[in-house]
Structures are given as C-alpha cells and as structure tokens.
Design a protein around this ligand. Structure first.
Ligand SMILES: C[S@@+](CC[C@H](N)C(=O)[O-])C[C@H]1O[C@@H](n2cnc3c(N)ncnc32)[C@H](O)[C@@H]1O
Length: 379
C-alpha cells in the first residue's frame, strides 16, 4: 500500500481513516491533490502568510502539505476531519494551524485562497459555492480540482452561475483543475437547501441538507426496513448512519416510550435528522439525541443500547467498500447490551450474513426479496 506522499520538496505519510481499515489499494491522496499543490506552489510565494480555505480535503492531504499556512478545513464529513487530524499527528505537524469547519458553518471572510476538491454530490458543491458568494474578495484566488470524469459541464455551469468566469486546465494523470474569477461584487443567493419530500408510509415531510443520502426520495432499502422494524417498546435505539433520520423518526412515532439516538458521520445528515424530528414530532424532541460520529465511536461506553438499526453505506467517496459496514457491525456488537439486537438491511450479494455470523455467532432472516435481505443478530 502506498502511504508515502513524496511530492515536490515534502514527504508525508498519509492514511485514510480509520487507519486499521486501510485497504492495500487505497491512497489518501490523488492526482488532483498533486495538481492543486503544484498550482498553489507556483503561484504563491510565502505560503505561511496565506489564509487558505480548503473544501472537501478528503483525508487531509492538502491541509497536511500546506500546513505552514493558516488553514480552514471545510468538510461535511467527520471521517475527513478525523483523517486530517490523524495525518497531522502522524507527521508531527501543527494542528493549531488548522480550523475545522463543518459545511453548515460560515467560512472565514476574504481568504487568500479557496481550494476545492470537487465533491461526489453536485448539490454539496452548489451549497458550498453559494456559501462562497458571501466570502470571496478581490484578492481571493479560487481553484478546484478533481478526476477528469468528475468535471462535467454541469460542474462548470455551477461555478459560472454562482461565482463567475470559469475555465479548466489540461488534464494530467486523469485529473484537471478549474480556475474561477469571481464577478465581484457577488450577491449571496438564497440556497435551495434543505429540500423537502413527502413520505408515503408516515405523514412526514422530510427535509434534506445538500449532502444527505436519499435527498430526493426515500431509499428502497429504508422503505423495506421501515416495514420490518423490531419491537422498540421502552427501548433505547440507535439509528446508525441515520441520513435524514427516516428510520428513527418512524420508531419515535410508533413507540411512544422509545429513546432514539440518531448517528451519522455527515454533519448535514445529523442536522437533517434533527430538523425532521423538530418539524414532524416537535413534542418528542426529549426522546431523541443527535450525534455526529464515525460509526458508534462517539457513543459513551456506559450507554445502554437495546437496538441498533442500520441501512449501511457501501461506499466511501467513490470507492465501493464494505469496511464501514464491518466497523458498524463490530461497534454494534461492542456497544449493545447483552441480548440487544442489531437489525440491518443489505443487498443480497453482500457478505453481511458471514460478518454477522462471525461477530454474533448467528443471524435470523427477518424478510427478503430478490434484491434485499433484512437480517437480525442478537448479542
Ligand atoms: C445507505 S445510507 C442510509 C441512510 C438512512 N438511514 C436511510 O436509510 O435512508 C448510509 C448512511 O451512513 C452514513 N455513513 C457513512 N459512513 C459512515 C460512518 N463511518 N459512520 C457513520 N455513518 C456513516 C452515510 O452518511 C449515510 O447517511
């Protein structure tokens, strides 16, 4: 596995997060990071004097490499923030140079640079460009980078629409840069996010911040799991990887004495789940808690958990992987009470049954169709 990022005059050891799950073929940086760093190095003489806002720096490669500057690391992902902190520490860099901001918090005014890794979700990019309208000044240089296949006409159109004149570099190692000169002064436009859709199974209006899974409609897996929820009477339940919180919301509504903890690594997901409980079940807020967490890491060990309900993710950024599901199942096994239940939904081709058998010693199939199975394991 290549963890040595030797680039221009610097050498760094970089890992994804959590380090123990790093797959041999994964790197914590890509060719777009290299293009961005080359461009900044060529353009900016005294990097340590620059205030740089970096958006979507997945595992902290840019923030680590530019560590002498005054960095604002802007991300919707707690895993990204943790990866950056991990790599800063591993390389004995200065974490006090970095301010971590989630994607719903305003960015600092008039930075020297805005450096954007194009996110997988175009809606998140749109949200971020709207935020930038209120931030960039005449001195701000804006550059973005991504793999060529992630830069579509629609990507460039968003830069043109919200900031101004935009052009791209030639491709190198299958990546390219986007340069944007804002048409100042910019007027901050109203954001279309959060967007709302209506749920069929329950009379809920579901609000979704820009980067939330199933932002436009309910996920098929979530719909099946809602029809096969366990009995949660008087139980403390974690909605793990809650997204907009549809699973936990249904539990709160159906079981008047259940407590639900909504957890996700996406700040926007947890904010959406909170909004959805506030809007749909305003009198039940005292039975709900909301925690941004990598799997169940942020759950106190003494917490008594009866049920973990989960529609696990099967990719991290653009990589298809079951390592997050694996960590979720391991964490559930660790944090559940004796006799507690993990209930999941998964695509039938995934190896979830084997994982549950290894961890819990067995599982029951609650329901299944051609595509999905709902599985339950008891601790
Ligand atoms: C398949 S979606 C399910 C969302 C929602 N529960 C539903 O059923 O519509 C998986 C969720 O897991 C979250 N997730 C991904 N990686 C995570 C991690 N390491 N820790 C916690 N949540 C994670 C994603 O942000 C996403 O919201």
């Amino acid at each position: 596995m290549n963890t040595s990022f030797n680039f221009l005059e610097k050498s760094l050891e970089l890992y994804r997060y959590p380090k123990r799950f790093t797959h041999p073929s994964w790197q914590a940086w890509d060719a777009a990071d290299e293009l961005l760093l080359t461009h900044i190095q060529q353009t900016q003489e005294n990097i340590h004097q620059a205030r740089i806002v970096i958006l979507n720096d997945d595992f902290g490669a840019l923030s680590c490499w530019l560590n002498q500057a005054d960095i604002h690391h802007v991300s919707d992902s707690l895993v990204s923030q943790k990866a950056c902190k991990q790599n800063i520490k591993l390389n004995q860099l200065d974490n006090s140079q970095i301010t971590y901001i989630d994607s719903l918090t305003p960015m600092p005014q008039a930075p020297d640079w805005v450096v954007i890794k194009i996110p997988k979700t175009l809606a998140l990019l749109e949200h971020q460009l709207i935020q930038l309208q209120g931030v960039v000044s005449a001195k701000t240089k804006i550059v973005a980078g991504a793999k060529v296949k992630m830069i579509q006409k629609s990507t460039l159109a968003l830069f043109e629409k919200y900031l101004g004149t935009t052009h791209t570099s030639l491709a190198k190692k299958k990546a390219r840069l986007i340069f944007c000169e804002p048409d100042l002064p910019l007027q901050q436009q109203p954001s279309p996010y959060p967007t709302v859709w209506e749920m069929q199974q329950e009379p809920f209006s579901i609000s979704n911040h820009a980067n939330v899974f199933a932002r436009q409609q309910i996920d098929i897996g979530a719909r099946l799991l809602i029809d096969n929820l366990p009995d949660c009477r008087a139980k403390t339940v974690v909605d793990l990887g809650c997204g907009n919180g549809v699973l936990g919301l249904c539990i709160l509504k159906r079981y008047e004495d259940a407590q639900v903890i909504f957890m996700d690594e996406s700040h926007m997901a947890v904010a959406s789940a909170k909004l959805n409980v506030q809007n749909n079940l305003p009198d039940q807020m005292d039975r709900a808690r909301f925690i941004v967490s990598n799997c169940l890491e942020e759950l106190e060990n003494h917490q008594q958990i009866d049920k973990v309900i989960c529609n696990p993710p099967f990719h991290q950024l653009n990589t298809i992987t079951d390592h997050i599901a694996t960590q979720m199942f391991e964490d559930a096994h660790l944090k559940l009470k004796k006799g507690g239940e993990l209930r999941i939904i998964g695509n039938r081709h995934l190896e979830y049954p084997q994982k549950l058998k290894r961890l819990f010693g067995g599982y029951n199939v609650i329901s299944s169709d051609k595509k999905f199975s709902i599985l339950s394991s008891l601790k």
